[in-house]
Design a protein. Sequence first.
Length: 494
Amino acid sequence: MESIKDEVRIGLEVHTQITSLKSKLFCKCPSDYRGKEPNTIVCPVCLGLPGALPVLNEKAVRYAIMAALALNCRISEKMVFFRKNYFYPDLPKNFQITQYDKAGGVPLAVDGYLYIENQGQSKKIRIIRVHLEEDPGRLVHIGPIDQSPYTLVDYNRSGIALLEIVTAPDMSSPREARLFLQKLRNILEHLGIFDGSLEGSMRCDANISLAGGMRVEIKNITSFKEVERALNFEIIRQRGLIEKGIAVKRETRHWDEIRRITVSLRTKEEEQDYRYFPEPDLVPVVISKELIEEIRAEMPELPDERVKRFMSIYGLPKYDAEVLVGSKYLADFFEECVRLYNRPKEISNWMMSDLLRYLYENNLELYESRITPQMLTEMIRLIDEGVISGKIAKKILPEMIISGKNPKTIIEEKGLVKISDERLLNELVDKVFMENPKAVEDALIDDKAVHYLIGQVMKLTRGKADPELTNKIVKEKLRKIRGEHERLNVNIHL
Ligand code: ZN
Ligand code: MN
């Protein structure tokens, strides 16, 4: 109805830290700044003191090239660092060492793409450039940014190596933006250079326009869930303006996670002037073909290849393989399970259904839960050995996720071992038959009513009765009753 008029175009500018590095991008300060006393992991270089000279971290360049290759980019033969000048408290030098694609600047890599899968459809998202830059310090606002009485600054993060990844405005819904970020994270995690579970390791700015109108930039989005929320909010806000006949202004807005709204930061009449110029303290870096090929040869398996391997080696359907390879942690978890107990299809089924559903409903990531591959495979083994029923397994799985207890411990604590004592089950079935004469009558004629009787036995044992054995006993008893009826009928006719 309003498809063309309402066309949504979303582009992303993503900053991801190269978290596997041991030191910062231009100095020897350690990179594990999280949880440290503020302003303790600093040196003259990352504090921007006069006379300090930056030295480029070689590993950072190799990892950045690896990321750019995985994103199908063209790697530049030579890259140049630029100074991006602006005055802000998180930036002690008053400029950020970064890369630039204009005025003689050459970023590390350009012209890439990746595919996202949205409801069975593949969509290509173009990547305009990938470059290396330093992270600024961390500003800590008190409450919402526009109401904060004062702001604290911590330079421990200053100088951490960042990849900036800029896409074309190829996404047409907030959901696609989230899928892009998930895929990006998955690729970087498979490369072993990035850990998305670390707070603030992937940050994102989004630009969004509606119906060919002005582009609004949203800053400071800190997680995948927030991206979708912020963009959804912005679509509603812009639509509201358009409906009232008010033009959407070109501006930068800040996403307020707490109030879940965007607030205007500054209105842009034109591109901000950062007075970019080449960084005189760093020489241009030549990237040889040999180096690129060497790095390409070292690249580990990427998600798309892993999906194919899961299909061929484990015989999983495409959909299942894609879900399991949706994150590196999940895929590693699955393969560790298979290594412990070679039942890939069973393991996949339990992960795809009960495990992921529980995590989703409780807003948890697998790495936040306490279940391990040992626990999950132990549980499946107990089912296979006939110790517990599938029904009981479904009960103990959430317990493993929350408490991290072994399935055997949970079974013992809760007395959940399957009842497969034939004599005991016989007695229970007798009891059910006595208490449900009508259902027994029905079951004699209609096979479907048999399930009701089995259900009553299950209810009596709180799901612990061995389902197969119960089934057998109930059917045997019905057969006996039928036999007796027939004998009686014969007697009468005599
Ligand atoms: Zn330093
Ligand atoms: Mn940047």
